[in-house]
Design a protein. Structure first.
Lengths: 113, 115
């Protein structure tokens, strides 16, 4: 079956540091890949997505590139802010929208001023 | 913007009670989903529905049922609540495009405690 593996946290960084959160996946076909973010006390929000190999998703300074050869979708940001503190989830979907997402376990990111 | 509304943010129930969690979306989405979120386990799919009166089991359907009588509303039912169902429950919806995957839109969650 499908699975998503992401680095476990918490990840603690200083403000303006470079961020990488690793995500690798296992899928039988050609999934779409997503990063979701969950701020304290809130539901999940879509951060970015990529639907085919070599696509780059980007939003709010975050980027991730769909790497089929390494089955990876690592999240990066050049300079993090305190407001980026949240839990980040990598996810995949193969079902054309009608099936549920397969999530990683989430990475808790803490940015210190 | 898509709005997915879950009826309660916090809920406390007793073991053996029948519990209803309600979810409503306002964007005419065909697909709706229920997940539970637990520390160290991430989100796991309980049930989903791709049309009115249709339902499909997800990865962990045991102890749960669902109801979708109207397109905008998707209810999760705990027939006889147990303490291991204490969790955060998240509802989501997405459109059916028939093509590439569309992102799911999530509600703010219901934190359910079973005593």
């Amino acid at each position: 079956g499908n699975s998503v593996t992401q680095m476990e946290g918490p990840v603690t960084l200083s403000e303006e540091a470079f961020l990488t959160i690793n995500c690798t996946y296992t899928a039988t076909g050609y999934p779409s890949l997503f990063w979701y973010v969950q701020y304290p006390g809130e539901g999940l929000q879509l951060l970015l997505k990529a639907t085919k190999a070599d696509d780059k998703g980007s939003n709010k300074g975050f980027e991730a590139t769909y790497r089929k050869e390494t089955t990876s979708f690592h999240l990066e940001k050049g300079s993090v802010q305190v407001s980026d503190s949240a839990v980040y989830f990598c996810a995949l979907s193969e079902g054309g929208g009608a099936d549920g997402l397969t999530f990683g376990k989430g990475t808790h990111l803490i940015i210190q001023p | 913007d898509v709005k997915v509304t879950q009826s309660s943010r916090y809920l406390v129930k007793r073991t053996g009670e029948k519990v209803f969690l309600e979810c409503v979306q306002d964007m005419d989405h065909e697909n709706m989903f229920w997940y539970r979120q637990d520390p160290g386990l991430g989100l796991r799919l309980i049930y989903f529905s791709y049309d009115v009166k249709m339902k499909e089991k997800g990865d962990i359907p045991e102890g749960y049922s669902v109801s979708r009588e109207k397109k905008e509303r998707f209810s999760l039912i705990l027939e006889s609540a147990s303490t291991n169902q204490t969790s955060m429950y998240l509802c989501a919806s997405s459109p059916e495009t028939g093509a590439l995957n569309q992102p799911q839109h999530f509600g703010d969650g219901t934190r359910l405690s079973i005593l």
